[in-house]
Design a protein around this ligand. Structure first.
Ligand code: C2O
Ligand code: CU
Length: 435
């Protein structure tokens, strides 16, 4: 069940050149039925783009869909012109056209790529893939590594893709597919060697769904999230991952006496009026006899991350709101739908604190393009362990404070809810970083 890696077409060291083609494709999701989806390079999810920190990544993209699209590289600190936002950072890529993306990978971590046009439909049809950036000396002792792309898809009994649900209720809850996928498959089995530690690089590529992960009787060591490793690891029983987020999880070895364990998605609710989701078995871990020596002890996992000094920084209040009038929902930030909102102004080198207040009874995973932020406590101090985040779930009626320092990449950058239905309905805005 491990995902294919996009071949590197450039032999020079420190350059990774890949080709991505967005095109209709047929995938067997329900056994015995072919689903007509759209995907990158005929794979669901798209191939993993693998590189090392410091590499130059070149993506030659071709659009063979019958609709306009772009590729957004979620979480990567890239130049604004490479951010893949249609009509803002680039013209949309028309059917039959190509676009070349090129940027340096400044940070190790798990990132992802997806369209930024008509996202509910395009991501929902299967257009998403992972980008794994290693440290040049990534420690192998962390565990046998598997990238897990969690997603879902809306299909009927014959595997036919269902049209995007419309109507107020569908927009409010967001598009949750009825079939949950791990690496594009329903409840796959992963063979793990007895006595070997596992490292799971988890991406939630769903349009709306959140996952609360669990393995009965086991805990995980959470060693990182969106922008690579955290300041120090923490033990977590049920790691939660909202749409757009990533997790770096370590699972201590299973012994050969255990034949298998189940990774499940446990019930979770994304809003006060919503019933918790049903428990879904995600993946079976089947223990196979070990061919390798048992895992060595974990190395020191601390990472020095300079805390952002937010004292005196400008506060930017952002209220996430949803309003119903005559059966129609408007979503926006500070009462303004994204398309009408004036941009926030910032400057290269400056620090701001986004005070994101969720005034609705639904959770919203808030995502900022192009920059990492550090969550702060109510007193304005950085929360430990420090994490470099680009997406954070804001629970119903709660407020989070996020410190961001704009490094030297001026331009117009988006932020939005990563429940794609909400973003499309207006829960987005822009920050203009002036040179
Ligand atoms: Cu992953 Cu603007 O999105
Ligand atoms: Cu939302």
């Amino acid at each position: 069940m491990s995902l294919p890696v996009a071949p590197d077409l450039d032999p020079s060291p420190h350059v990774v050149a890949v080709e991505l083609v967005a095109a209709p494709t047929k995938v067997e999701i329900l056994s015995g039925h072919k689903s007509r989806l759209a995907a990158y390079s005929n794979r669901l999810p798209g191939p993993v783009i693998r590189a090392k920190r410091g590499d130059l990544l070149k993506v030659h993209f071709e659009n063979r869909l019958d609709a306009e699209t772009t590729v957004h590289f979620h979480g990567i600190r890239l130049p604004n012109a490479m951010d893949g936002v249609p009509d803002m950072t680039q013209p949309p890529v028309a059917p039959g056209e190509t676009f070349d993306y090129e940027f340096e990978l400044q940070d190790a971590g798990l990132y992802w790529y997806h369209p930024h046009c008509d996202t509910v439909a395009q991501v929902g049809s299967g257009l998403y893939g992972a980008i794994l950036v290693d440290e040049p000396d990534e420690p192998a002792e962390l565990g046998d590594e598997t990238v897990l792309v969690l997603s879902d898809v809306s299909v009927d009994d014959e595997g036919n893709l269902l049209p995007v649900a419309s109507g107020a209720a569908a927009v409010v809850t967001g598009s949750e597919g009825n079939v949950v996928l791990v690496n594009g498959r329903v409840h796959p089995t992963l063979d793990v060697e007895g006595g070997r530690r596992q490292r799971f690089r988890v991406l939630n590529a769903s349009r709306a769904r959140s996952f609360r992960l669990g393995i009965a009787g086991r805990t995980f060591l959470k060693i990182g999230s969106d922008g690579g490793r955290s300041e120090y690891p923490v033990v977590v029983e049920e790691p939660v991952i909202a749409a757009g987020e990533r997790l770096d999880l370590v699972l201590e070895p299973l012994t050969e006496e255990t034949s298998s364990v189940e990774l499940t998605a446990r019930p979770i609710s994304r809003g006060l009026p919503l019933a918790p989701s049903a428990e879904v078995p995600l993946m079976k871990l089947r223990v196979v006899p070990s061919e390798s020596p048992p895992s060595a002890p974990l190395p020191d996992l601390s990472r020095e991350i300079a805390p952002i000094d937010a004292a005196g920084a400008e506060e930017v209040p952002l209220a996430l709101m949803m309003q119903e009038a005559d059966g129609l929902w408007t979503m926006g930030i500070n009462s303004v739908p994204g398309t009408d909102a004036p941009p926030i102004h910032a400057q290269v080198g400056s620090t701001q604190v986004f005070v994101v207040e969720n005034v609705s009874v639904y959770a919203h995973p808030f995502h900022l393009h192009g920059f990492f932020f550090q969550p702060l406590d109510p007193e304005g101090n950085v929360i430990h362990p420090i994490e470099l985040k680009d997406t954070i779930d804001v629970p119903p009626l709660e407020t989070v404070r996020l410190a961001v320092t704009y490094d030297d990449r001026p331009g117009m950058w988006m932020f939005h809810c990563h429940i794609l239905d909400h973003a499309d309905a207006g829960m987005m805005g822009m920050v203009h970083v002036a040179p």
